[in-house]
Design a protein around this ligand. Structure first.
Ligand code: NDP
Length: 328
């Protein structure tokens, strides 16, 4: 066993610190599959972990990074053998289990998904946790029976990772997509992904009425707080909103009015511990339904050495779309 390069979060008396250094393979945690990581990504939660802004990291030292793609090096798991291409998102990787911003990862084989046919390891991480969560939101809307002919769909945090993939998926599925963003310079980008209308997020970020004009039949919300409250208040009767994020805040200052007077449904999305069958279905659907040319337009690349400085940028809402971290 040797060493490999990794970002490492330590906790000392002065608080959390971050360093790019050699890590001893013998210090990896238990797991039945060792993976040579080829790609990772930058998600909002990675920004929280890299900066220590909220207690995402719950074990020290920690290698941050909540998702990766790569090639199996060693396996005692019946489903995987050396050379297999795999994807991992969630399960506490980068939080409680040593994570993805490293050349090696050792994890439970039960956490892995085989790289879906039709995607390269780089494309899988261009999608990453954010894009896979966008697909879980779309699947939740589908399962609830809401359809493009019921009316428009709103996507909040539209220029971010979850938002960009959600816009592309919904537009391709035939929805009239209203993209809510705080960045007026990104209107052309969002229209390129398929948005039909752009809404200034300022319209949704301040406290509003318990019920407003009915504007959309469905929503995917990556923002939470007052924004989600306003999205619910302006959802049509029997409409559905999938909530996955908290970019504005953890709070939800709403009333029961949208639920009891309009029959609106609020669906919660948790990508971290999604059971395998649904997880695999989401990846198969991503490989089938996501326009890979659009995925390319929303993706930028950085080297592993560079990711440490990007945590603050994503928390400040300055990252557009998705960032692939090239590891190998
Ligand atoms: P990004 O930072 O890429 O996207 C978030 C977007 O939200 C920003 O781009 C910005 O979009 C908007 N935004 C940021 N700050 C504010 C604010 N103060 N008020 C209103 N809008 C704001 O993050 P991700 O796409 O990676 O993640 C989005 C959210 O989803 C995060 O909260 C993340 O934790 C959560 N998430 C949850 C998962 C789950 O399992 N439930 C899985 C993955 C993500 P714009 O500039 O266009 O307005």
């Amino acid at each position: 066993m040797g060493t490999f390069k990794a970002w490492v979060v330590e906790k000392g008396e002065a608080g959390q610190s971050l360093a790019f250094r050699d890590f001893d393979e013998a210090d990896l945690m238990d797991g039945d599959v060792t993976v040579r990581v080829t790609h990772s990504t930058l998600n909002y939660k990675d920004g929280l972990a890299l900066t220590g802004t909220s207690p995402v990291v719950r074990r020290f030292p920690m290698i941050p990074g909540i998702d990766f793609s790569g090639i199996v090096e060693r396996s005692d798991h019946p489903e995987y053998k050396p050379g297999d291409a795999v994807v991992l998102t969630g399960w506490g990787v980068g939080e409680t289990h040593l994570g993805a911003y490293a050349q090696r990862a050792r994890v439970k084989g039960d956490w892995l998904v085989p790289l879906p046919q039709g995607l390269t390891p780089e494309q899988a991480m261009a999608i990453g946790t954010a894009g896979y969560t966008a697909m879980l939101c779309c699947m939740a809307l589908d399962a609830h029976g809401v359809k493009p002919d019921h009316g428009p769909v709103i996507v909040t945090g539209a220029s971010g990772g979850v938002g960009s993939v959600a816009v592309a998926l919904l537009a391709r599925a035939g929805w009239h997509v209203i993209a809510s963003t705080g960045r007026d310079g990104e209107a052309d980008y969002l229209k390129g992904l398929g948005a039909a209308e752009i809404l200034d997020r300022a319209e949704l970020s301040k406290p509003g009425k318990p019920l407003g004009k009915e504007r959309w039949a469905a929503g995917i919300d990556a923002v939470g707080s007052t924004t989600l409250a306003n999205v619910l208040a302006q959802t049509r009767a029997d409409g559905v909103v999938a909530a996955c994020g908290l970019a504005q805040g953890m709070d939800l200052p709403t009333s029961v009015a949208p639920f009891i007077l309009r029959g609106v449904s609020l669906l919660g999305i948790n990508s971290v511990t999604t059971p395998q069958p649904k997880r695999r279905e989401a990846w198969v659907r991503l490989a089938r339904d996501l326009d890979l040319a659009k995925l390319a337009t929303m993706t930028n690349r950085v080297r592993l050495e560079e990711v440490g400085r990007l945590g603050e940028a994503i928390l400040a809402g300055k990252v557009r779309g998705r960032i692939v971290v090239e590891v190998a």
